[in-house]
Design a protein around this ligand. Sequence first.
Ligand code: HEM
Length: 495
Amino acid sequence: MQSRSMLFKVLRGSKSIRATQKSNTATESVPAHDIYNPLPFDKIPEPTGLPLVRTALDYTPLRGFDITRLHELWMKRHQECGDIYKERIGLKYWVFCRTKEDTERLFRSEGRMPFRFELPAVRELKTMMGYPDSIGNQKGETWHRLRQPVNRILLKKQTVWKYSKEQRDVCKEMVSYMERRRDENLEIPGYAEALQVWAFEMAGIFIFNTQVGLLREDVATEVAAVFEGSSRMLEYVGAGAIGGPWRYFLKPGLKKCLLNSKNFMLTIVNEQMSKKSIKGSLLEEIMSIETLTEEERESLLMDVLLGAIEATANTLAICLYCLAMNSEIQAKLRSEIKALTPEQISSGRAIDSMSYMNAFFKESNRLLPFTHGLPRQFDHDIVLSGYRIPAGITILNTINSTSNMNPDYFEDPHECIPERWLDKDKSKFMTTSGFGVGARACPGRFFAKQEIFLMLIEILTNFKVEYHHAPATSIIKATGVLSTEPKFKFISING
Ligand code: HEM
């Protein structure tokens, strides 16, 4: 097994950038939270690139730029400029912050309708699919109108728990799928795609009130091609996150791929609608919103469905990786699972309260972030690290991937130690969680956690998990993704 400290080493960039203020001067000269007498925006440290083009070259292949490793550039900037810095990206300034104090201040300053920031890449994708802009790009009352019905189903724990028995059945099917598909090395070829199909089936349970049944067959090529659509979509969004032309290299064939995904989803939606078995499902809830046009309803459904598949599948892969590298944690989780009765395992409430599982989930997000940066824009000025930031500036909180190895925050930061999260007094702003913070946080978080916990329970009950390939980190494709293929070895426990 590879050494864990080597595996979780934060990659530090090698090229240097010049900064107007270095880390020490930046943090020492500014009172941490002088909200009454803040320094002006122009005093925020800034990397000083070249005349005219500023830091633009850092975002080109000339400087080895890799959009999936954008977080490494943030780390490098923070090391040079301090805990807060500003950078001109395209025509606009962005501010980057990473302390727990700034994280708390940022999210406690949010109003009733927070705004992330608009991603033109997402709008382009939705246009390619023939839909209006996504919920994620909306703000104010328009956002609120879309978000309310989604919250009504997704954010009620009692509702989420109601689906756990059927979701557990899908996980059992996934285990038998895995048993059928293991090769001579006990690895599963195409496991990344299989995880997407699993995530789709799990979402189908609460969106359509039914299991679509894709895991009962070996994943057909045309189905795999459909999932390619959601994968490419994520890649495109990641590449478009900071503007610039990078996403356009990913465009060829994208529209066809997206339309395949759309048609596949719509076929299932229409089948389920005609069965009239959707009572109480998210599909029924969304399809009955009178204030939305039919197009808007379909578009919202697609947002939720596509949001649900990729992020959940990728997060499960990250958790499996952390487990594979830590057999003693597998053993501890098995003991926690054994303490539950079969009825409790099928009840969402008991799973939700598994303390070690919850701690392991948080620790996985710390080591290999499920989400790297969390952006926000405000319609009023706010003060971070003693600087005034004017309304309208995009503020990117990078705490998840630039403070996750900070020894002041986490003792032995390179080690996977779920126990550190059992301390209830720990500040909840040491990360932005994998799901974001506040009213804008992921509405699918209770479902996603339930699904991942259920699948980990089934896997740990049936297999020992190992990994024997190149060390992985979490890279950015909109959300965090394992940097290597999820080629795990699943060794049967029960003979
Ligand atoms: C482990 C899996 C998942 C992860 C890591 C994840 C992560 C996130 C994050 C970080 C955000 C932005 C939050 C913020 O700005 O504060 C978000 C938003 C969103 N997520 Fe998830 N998510 C996951 C699963 C799901 C699922 C299962 C669904 C649907 C059932 C979903 C639907 C959405 C939607 C619709 C938004 C946009 C919300 C808005 O703008 O108001 N996600 N997700």
